[in-house]
Design a protein around this ligand. Structure first.
Ligand code: ATP
Ligand code: MG
Length: 342
């Protein structure tokens, strides 16, 4: 079979499940902005259907979706260049998600570490949606025939599953229809850890607000959270291998490196030998310098919610120009009567 050439197209998304945080920014959003170029068509989604895999208060979900859109734009995504929309308004995501539920195997899903982490001990009480989440995520990507997906390190396994689903669909139906997507996991902070526990990633859904730096935190809050961040008693090393077995120290250095666009080695050659009492205020100043223009822009954008709603509606329309024909072709391949005449 000849290899189909797919248009270079970027898709990614974040959940309106709480506050955007520094991990989302350094691991994902910042790279999304960088990929917004002539080389790619870029499509960025607020994945509200994923958010409801765990309970969300409806009023908070509405607010979080709009605030997430404000966060995307304030970080540098341009709604004229990129397609910005919320997932529920493009029904082909969920429709292709159903087809993929019939392609993905139970065993594949059971191996997903996010499922194990989020469901916890009481898997019997987790929603079916939480279990099926990675199959909907595969649909989010493949309904655009996206070729590149910039994400944080925690999404690597879901992207491998997306590739497995594309391969199995193509094999099962003898087609070369879905692309095998490339994960793009780049930068010095692809996995920002919790400020309270260096073995857990920073998350929107962590119950402790002290565990993360929110994009909407003010300067005092950022400084306080960094001051209280867990560390060890030793001074900073001058070389990267001195961070081995020091997850909290490594995390703060990685954050500093990512925010200052330097390598970890460069940072350590400057700050090696310093105590955390000296390093933490430097990190706090840098974080405030980089985040405060974004948070003030977010607040400004949130003053005009009808403008945000217009951007989302227009984004959904543009997205459907791509998704409607791809879903129709999928249904045709699968053998659904009527798919070719609609
Ligand atoms: P939740 O806890 O509700 O799952 P989250 O903080 O994991 O929220 P998501 O909306 O699931 O955020 O993820 C959005 C993007 O941010 C994804 O690309 C994900 O890989 C990235 N991301 C999330 N947390 C981190 C982190 N700690 N470090 C780097 N990237 C991250
Ligand atoms: Mg997540």
């Amino acid at each position: 079979m000849t290899q189909t050439q797919f248009t270079p197209r970027v898709f990614s998304g974040a959940q309106p499940s709480g506050n955007l945080h520094l991990g989302n920014y350094l691991g994902a959003l910042r790279n999304w902005v960088r990929m917004q170029s002539d080389e790619f068509e870029t499509i960025y989604c607020m994945v509200d259907l994923h958010a409801i895999t765990v309970w969300q208060d409806p009023a908070e979900l509405r607010h979080a979706t709009r605030e997430l859109c404000a966060g995307y734009i304030a970080s540098g995504l341009n709604p004229e260049k990129s397609i910005l929309f919320n997932q529920s308004q493009v029904p082909e995501h969920a429709q292709l998600g159903w087809v993929f539920n019939c392609v993905a195997r139970m065993g594949w899903m059971q191996r997903m570490t996010q499922w194990k982490d989020k469901a916890g001990k009481n898997t019997q009480n987790a929603s079916l949606g939480l279990f099926a989440y990675p199959s909907l995520m595969a649909a989010d990507i493949l309904i655009y025939h996206a070729t590149h997906v910039p994400v944080g390190d925690d999404q690597k396994q879901h992207l491998e599953l997306t590739r497995d689903i594309a391969i199995k669909f193509n094999n099962d139906f003898g087609v070369d229809f879905f692309p095998i997507t490339e994960p793009v996991i780049e930068g010095a902070a692809t996995r920002v850890m919790s400020l309270r526990d260096g073995s857990k990633k920073m998350s929107k859904s962590d119950p402790s607000d002290m565990s993360r730096i929110n994009m909407t935190d003010d300067a005092d809050t950022i400084a306080k959270k960094i001051r209280k961040a867990k560390t060890d008693p030793d001074a900073l090393p001058s070389e990267a291998d001195g961070l081995d077995d020091r997850p909290e120290a490594r995390n703060l250095v990685n954050i500093y490196a990512a925010l200052s666009d330097q390598s970890v080695e460069q940072v350590l050659s400057d700050v090696g030998g310093k105590q955390f009492g000296d390093f933490k205020p430097m990190l706090a100043d840098l974080a405030v310098e980089k985040l405060s223009p974004i948070s003030s822009e977010m607040a400004r954008l949130m003053n005009d919610q009808s403008e945000i709603d217009r951007i989302l509606a227009r984004g959904a329309e543009r997205a459907r120009e791509i998704t409607v024909p791809i879903l129709r072709q999928t249904y045709e391949i699968v053998g659904m009567v009527g798919a070719s005449t609609r």
